[in-house]
Design a protein around this ligand. Structure first.
Ligand SMILES: *[C@@H]1O[C@H](CO)[C@@H](O)[C@H](O)[C@H]1NC(C)=O
Ligand SMILES: *[C@@H]1O[C@H](CO)[C@@H](O)[C@H](O)[C@H]1NC(C)=O
Ligand SMILES: *[C@@H]1O[C@H](CO)[C@@H](O)[C@H](O)[C@H]1NC(C)=O
Ligand SMILES: *[C@@H]1O[C@H](CO)[C@@H](O)[C@H](O)[C@H]1NC(C)=O
Ligand SMILES: *[C@@H]1O[C@H](CO)[C@@H](O)[C@H](O)[C@H]1NC(C)=O
Ligand SMILES: *[C@@H]1O[C@H](CO)[C@@H](O)[C@H](O)[C@H]1NC(C)=O
Ligand SMILES: *[C@@H]1O[C@H](CO)[C@@H](O)[C@H](O)[C@H]1NC(C)=O
Ligand SMILES: *[C@@H]1O[C@H](CO)[C@@H](O)[C@H](O)[C@H]1NC(C)=O
Ligand SMILES: *[C@@H]1O[C@H](CO)[C@@H](O)[C@H](O)[C@H]1NC(C)=O
Ligand SMILES: *[C@@H]1O[C@H](CO)[C@@H](O)[C@H](O)[C@H]1NC(C)=O
Ligand SMILES: *[C@@H]1O[C@H](CO)[C@@H](O)[C@H](O)[C@H]1NC(C)=O
Ligand SMILES: *[C@@H]1O[C@H](CO)[C@@H](O)[C@H](O)[C@H]1NC(C)=O
Length: 832
C-alpha cells in the first residue's frame, strides 16, 4: 500500500543551481495525502510524450512525497489507486468508453482526480504530457483539490525563438553560450537540449526555432541537416517540434545559383529540394522563420518582389508537409531625422497593403510594439489592419532592452498592456489576445512567439528570477487572459517552496519590478533611454537621436517627444482604428505613460497628474530607484528560507541592481537637466553632498579622464591609471561629521581586464574588490567607461572620524585602468 512519509525536519533544500527551473519536485512536508500507488501509461514507446509523462509522474511523486509508484504499461487498470495517462483514443481502446470528458482541441487535456484515482488524458500525446505536468504542478504546490476539467490552448502556435549562431554565440543572449551549436555545427552532447525541452513542455510550448533570425545559410549544409535531425530527436519526446530560421539569399550563397529571386524557377526548385531533405530527417518539422529585408538582411525586395511573394515561396515548399512560415513584420529603413514626418513606427504598415496575398500557412510574427521591445510601447497598430492574414505576437523573454537579467524585471505586466489592449476595430471589442488567437477575424492559425535565448548557464537565462518570465510566457501563450500575478505565484511556489513570506515577498518584488525599471530608465513613453548603438544595456539618451535608426526622442533645449499625430506630426496615430486614433491624436486623452510617444511637448507641459514633464522625469527616476533599493532588503529577509546557493546568487544580482539603478537615475536626470536647464524642484539633481569626486582627490599614478557620454560620470570626469602597468592611488582627507556611514565607490568594470581596488582608512584596509563582472554578471560588458560599465560597490557600517584619511589603490589589469568616478559616505537612510 501507500508508503507514509513524515518529513520531521524539513531542512532547507540542498544546494540548487537552477538547472531544474520550476520542475524541482522538492519534498513537501505532507504525509497523509491520497496519492496514486501506481501509474498506468498507455504507450510503451520510450520516446513518446505519454511514456515521458509516466516517468515524470513517477519522479515527481518520489521527489515531492517520497512515494514509489510502480509504472505499468498493462491494459486499463481499474484499481482505485492508479493514475492513468494517455490520449483519449488510447484510453478508449484500452479501457472502453469514456464518460463526461468533453471534446478536446489539439494539444488539450483532461485532468480528473478523485481520491487517489487520477485520469490524465490528452487530445494527443503532447496534451497528455501537459496534463501530467499540470497534475504535478498541483502536487508540488501542495494542492489536493479534487478536480475534473478540460484545458485547451487558445492558439496552436506557442513557439520560442532562439537567436543562436552557428559559432555558439547567442545574439542578445545573457545566459552563456549556445546549447545547440558550436564551431559551425550542432553540438555532440544534446543533454541540455533535452532538459530545455522538458521545461518548455511543462510550460506547454510546442515548438522551438533553434537558430538566429539573422540566419546563416550553412545551417542547411549536409552535416548540419543531420544535426538538425538529432536536435529534433532530442525535443520530440517532450512534444516540442523544431523550426529553423532561413537566410533568404541561401540559394546564392550556399546553393551557388546566381539569383535568389523568389519567382525564379531554379530558386523555387532549390528551396523545395532543401525542404524535402529536411523533412526526410525531421518529418514533423514545425516550419520556417524568416526575417527578410530588415536590418540588412536579404529579401524579395532585391528583385522588386513583394514581401508576400517572398513568404509564399517558403509556404509553398512547406505546404505538402503541413509546415508553416512565420514571417517577421519587423521591417524598416534608415530614416532622416530632419524630416519631421519620418517615422520608423509606421514602417510595418506596408503589410496592410499585402493583406490577403499570403498563403494560408503564412503567419505574420509582429512585435508587441511598433519599434523594438521597449520598456513601454503602444500596441502595434498592424494587429488592427490585417483581416485576411494570420498573426502571432512576438515577445521577448530575454531582457534585451530591459536589464539583461542583471536587473529584476518581471515582464508579463508589460506584455499584458498589449495582450489586453482593445483596438476597437469597426467599433467592436478587438482585444489583441483575441486577434492573435484567430478569434476576432476568424483565422485558423495564430498565437505567440517569444525570443528566449537560454544558454549553457545552469540558470538558463543568466539569473534565477528571470525564469519567471519564461514560465509565464508559456502560460500566457496557452491562455493570454490568465493573470500575471497568479501565474507568478505558481512559479514562486514551484521554484522556492510554499513558505508564505517567500511567496508574498517575491510577489511584491516582481510585481513592482517593471514599473520601477520603467521609472528609472525611460518613462512617459520616451522608450528605454539606453545605448541603442552599442549594448542596449546602460543609459545613453543621446544615442537615440541624430542617426538613421528612427528611435528618436527629438529632445532639444525646450521640447521633447515624437509628434506622431495626424494633424501636425508623422501621422502614425492615424494607423489605429478611429476610436484609438482619436484618443492618441488628442494630447488631453493620451495617457501620461505614452505622452512622449505621441506628442512633442515643452518640458514644462503639465501632465494629467499635474506635474510638468521634466519634474515627472526627475521624480520618477528617484521613485524607481527607491523601489529598487527595497528589492535587496526584501530578499535579505528571506535568508534561511531559501537554499543558500540560490539566495546568494540572486542577492549578488539585486545588490548590483541597487547600485546600477542609481547610475541610471543620475545619468538620465543629469542629461535632461543639462539639456533643459530646468532645475529639480526638490533640488536633488546635481546635488550630492555626501560624494567626493575621484578627480578632486590627490592623485598619484592616476590621471583625469573625460567620460563619454558625459552623464555617465559624476561631473563627467573619472580617473584612470596613467598606464596599464602603473598602480594608482587617490587620497583625500574626510570632512564629514564623525559617524558610521555606508561607504560607496562608483567605478567602471570593463571587458578586457580585472583590475583590483583596495580602500583604506588611515592606512587600515576597509575593502577590496575586483573588476571581474564580465565573468560574473549576465549583461553585455563594455570596453569603455560608460553607463554599461559604471558599477557601484557598498561597504556597510564604516565608522569615520572627521579628518581621517581615505586612500584608494587601483591596480590596472589588461585594458582596464582601474577607473574610479566617486566615493560617497552615506548616513543611515540616505540613498545617493
Ligand atoms: C506511442 O507513441 C508513439 C510515438 O509518439 C506513436 O507513434 C504511437 O502511435 C503510440 N502508440 C499508441 C498505441 O498510441
Ligand atoms: C473498469 O471498470 C468499469 C466499471 O467501473 C467497467 O465497465 C470496465 O469494464 C472495467 N474495465 C476493465 C478493463 O476491467
Ligand atoms: C488547486 O488547483 C485547482 C486546479 O488547478 C485550482 O482551481 C485551485 O485554485 C487550486 N487551489 C489553490 C489553493 O491554489
Ligand atoms: C556562417 O557560418 C560559417 C560557418 O560557421 C562561418 O564561417 C561564417 O562566418 C558565418 N557567416 C556569418 C555571416 O556569420
Ligand atoms: C537536391 O539537392 C541534393 C543535394 O544538393 C542533390 O544531390 C539532389 O540531386 C537534389 N535533388 C533534386 C531533385 O534537385
Ligand atoms: C517594380 O514593380 C512595380 C510594380 O510591380 C513596377 O511598377 C516597377 O516598375 C518595378 N520596378 C523595377 C525597378 O523593376
Ligand atoms: C537629411 O536631410 C537634410 C535636409 O533635407 C539633409 O541636409 C541631410 O543631408 C540629410 N541627411 C542624411 C544623412 O541624408
Ligand atoms: C508642429 O510641427 C512643427 C514641425 O513641423 C513643430 O516645430 C511644431 O512644434 C509642431 N507644433 C506643435 C503644436 O506641436
Ligand atoms: C512651448 O511653449 C512655448 C511658450 O510658452 C509655446 O509658444 C510653444 O507653442 C510650446 N511648444 C509646444 C510644442 O507645445
Ligand atoms: C514610479 O514613479 C511615480 C512618479 O514618481 C511614482 O508615483 C510611482 O510610485 C513609482 N513606481 C515605482 C514602482 O517606483
Ligand atoms: C551563470 O551566470 C551567472 C551570471 O552571469 C554567472 O555568475 C555564473 O558564473 C554563470 N555560471 C555558469 C556555470 O556559467
Ligand atoms: C596595456 O594596454 C594596451 C593598450 O590599451 C594594450 O595593448 C596592452 O595589451 C595592455 N597590456 C597588458 C599587459 O594587458
Amino acid at each position: 500500500m501507500r508508503v507514509l512519509f513524515f518529513f520531521a525536519t524539513l531542512s532547507l533544500v540542498s544546494a540548487e543551481n537552477g538547472l531544474d527551473g520550476w520542475l524541482r519536485y522538492a519534498p513537501l512536508p505532507y504525509n497523509d495525502q491520497k496519492l496514486p500507488a501506481h501509474i498506468v501509461v498507455l504507450n510503451t514507446t520510450e520516446a513518446s510524450p505519454v511514456y515521458v509523462a509516466g516517468a515524470e509522474l513517477q519522479n515527481g511523486l518520489k521527489g515531492i512525497y517520497g512515494t514509489h509508484a510502480e509504472v505499468s504499461h498493462e491494459q486499463c487498470e481499474n484499481s482505485s489507486s492508479a493514475a492513468i495517462v494517455g490520449t483519449v483514443e488510447q484510453y478508449q481502446i484500452a479501457c472502453g468508453s469514456l464518460n463526461g470528458v468533453p471534446e478536446l482541441d489539439e494539444d488539450g487535456f483532461w485532468l480528473s482526480t478523485w481520491g487517489n484515482k487520477v485520469q490524465i488524458l490528452g487530445q494527443n500525446e503532447r496534451g497528455a504530457l501537459y496534463g501530467a505536468f499540470e497534475y504535478l504542478s498541483m502536487l508540488a504546490q501542495g494542492n489536493f483539490s479534487e478536480v475534473s476539467y478540460a484545458s485547451n490552448p487558445s492558439a496552436a502556435i506557442r513557439w520560442v525563438n532562439q537567436w543562436d549562431n552557428m559559432d555558439g554565440s547567442i545574439e542578445r543572449g545573457y545566459g552563456g553560450s549556445s546549447i545547440f551549436f558550436k564551431n559551425g555545427a550542432v553540438v555532440d552532447d544534446l543533454s541540455r537540449v533535452t532538459q530545455y525541452a522538458r521545461l518548455l513542455a511543462s510550460a506547454r510550448i510546442n515548438a522551438a526555432v533553434v537558430n538566429n533570425v539573422n540566419a546563416n545559410a550553412t545551417l542547411l549544409d549536409q552535416e548540419n541537416m543531420k544535426g538538425l535531425g538529432r536536435i529534433a530527436d532530442a525535443l520530440r519526446p517532450y512534444g516540442v517540434q523544431i523550426g529553423i530560421s532561413l537566410n533568404f539569399a541561401s540559394p546564392e550563397t550556399l546553393g551557388g545559383l546566381d539569383t535568389f529571386d523568389p519567382l525564379d524557377s531554379s530558386v523555387i526548385k532549390w528551396w523545395s529540394n532543401i525542404t524535402d531533405q529536411i523533412y526526410q530527417r525531421v518529418p514533423d518539422m514545425a516550419g520556417y522563420l524568416v526575417k527578410a529585408n530588415s536590418e540588412g538582411q536579404p529579401g524579395p525586395l532585391t528583385y522588386n518582389r513583394t514581401l508576400a511573394q517572398g513568404a509564399n515561396l517558403f509556404a509553398k515548399a512547406l505546404h505538402p508537409y503541413g509546415g508553416i512560415v512565420m514571417f517577421r513584420a519587423f521591417v524598416y529603413n534608415q530614416l532622416n531625422e530632419s524630416n519631421w514626418k519620418a517615422d520608423r513606427a509606421k514602417a510595418a504598415m506596408e503589410f496592410k497593403y499585402l493583406d490577403g496575398e499570403f498563403e494560408e500557412n503564412v503567419v505574420l510574427q509582429i512585435k508587441y510594439g511598433p519599434i523594438d521591445f521597449q520598456v513601454r510601447e503602444p500596441t502595434s497598430p498592424l494587429f488592427a489592419n490585417l483581416f485576411n492574414t494570420s498573426t502571432a505576437i512576438e515577445l521577448e523573454v530575454t531582457q534585451e532592452y530591459l536589464g539583461q537579467q542583471s536587473h529584476l524585471v518581471y515582464l508579463p505586466p508589460l506584455w499584458k498592456t498589449v495582450l489586453d489592449f482593445d483596438l476597437r476595430v469597426d467599433h467592436k471589442p478587438s482585444l489583441v489576445r483575441d486577434i492573435i488567437t484567430g478569434r476576432r477575424f476568424n483565422r485558423k492559425l495564430g498565437g505567440s512567439a517569444a525570443v528566449v535565448n537560454v544558454g549553457s548557464n545552469t540558470t538558463w537565462l543568466g539569473g534565477h528570477l528571470s525564469m519567471s518570465n519564461l514560465y509565464a510566457y508559456g502560460r500566457l501563450a496557452w491562455d493570454p487572459a490568465d493573470d500575471s500575478q497568479s501565474i507568478l505565484q505558481d512559479w514562486i511556489r514551484l521554484t522556492f517552496g510554499l513558505d508564505r513570506t517567500v511567496l508574498d515577498t517575491i510577489t511584491q518584488m516582481s510585481m513592482e519590478s517593471w514599473p520601477a525599471y520603467e521609472n528609472y530608465t525611460g518613462n512617459l513613453g520616451i522608450q528605454t533611454l539606453t545605448d541603442i548603438l552599442y549594448t542596449h544595456y546602460g543609459p545613453n539618451p543621446a544615442s537615440q537621436d541624430n542617426n538613421g535608426w528612427g528611435q528618436w526622442t527629438r529632445a532639444d533645449h525646450t521640447t521633447i517627444g515624437m509628434d506622431r499625430t495626424v494633424s501636425n506630426g508623422t501621422g502614425f496615430s492615424g494607423q489605429y482604428p478611429t476610436e484609438i486614433a482619436a484618443m492618441y491624436e488628442n494630447i488631453d486623452t493620451t495617457p501620461d505613460n505614452l505622452l512622449l510617444w505621441f506628442h512633442h511637448v515643452n518640458y514644462t507641459h503639465r501632465l494629467h497628474s499635474g506635474k510638468t514633464v521634466i519634474q515627472h522625469f526627475y521624480d520618477a527616476h528617484y521613485s524607481g530607484v527607491e523601489t529598487a533599493q527595497t528589492f535587496l532588503v526584501q530578499w535579505d529577509s528571506l535568508k534561511g528560507k531559501i537554499d543558500d546557493e540560490r539566495h546568494k546568487a540572486v542577492r549578488r544580482q539585486l545588490d548590483y541592481q541597487t547600485g546600477h539603478s542609481i547610475i541610471w537615475r543620475d545619468a538620465i536626470n543629469d542629461f535632461y537637466y543639462n539639456l533643459s536647464g530646468i532645475p529639480d524642484a526638490l533640488n536633488r539633481v546635481g546635488h550630492h553632498p555626501w560624494r567626493i569626486e575621484a578627480e578632486s582627490m590627490l592623485l598619484d599614478g592616476y590621471k583625469q579622464y573625460t567620460v563619454n557620454p558625459f552623464e555617465t560620470a559624476a561631473k563627467s570626469i573619472a580617473i584612470v591609471t596613467i598606464s596599464n602597468d602603473t598602480v594608482g592611488t587617490a587620497t583625500t582627507r574626510l570632512n564629514f561629521p564623525s559617524e558610521t556611514y555606508d561607504l560607496v565607490v562608483n567605478y567602471y568594470d570593463l571587458y578586457g581586464g580585472q583590475s583590483r581596488w583596495q580602500i583604506y582608512l588611515n592606512g587600515k584596509q576597509v575593502g577590496e574588490w575586483l573588476g571581474n563582472s564580465e565573468n560574473t554578471f549576465s549583461h553585455t560588458p563594455s570596453i569603455y567607461l560608460d553607463g554599461h560599465s559604471a558599477t557601484r560597490i557598498k561597504f556597510r557600517g564604516v565608522k569615520i572620524n572627521k579628518g581621517d584619511t581615505l586612500k584608494i589603490v587601483g591596480t590596472p589589469d589588461g585594458v582596464e585602468p582601474a577607473p574610479l568616478d566617486y566615493v560617497a559616505f552615506l548616513p543611515q537612510g540616505v540613498i545617493d
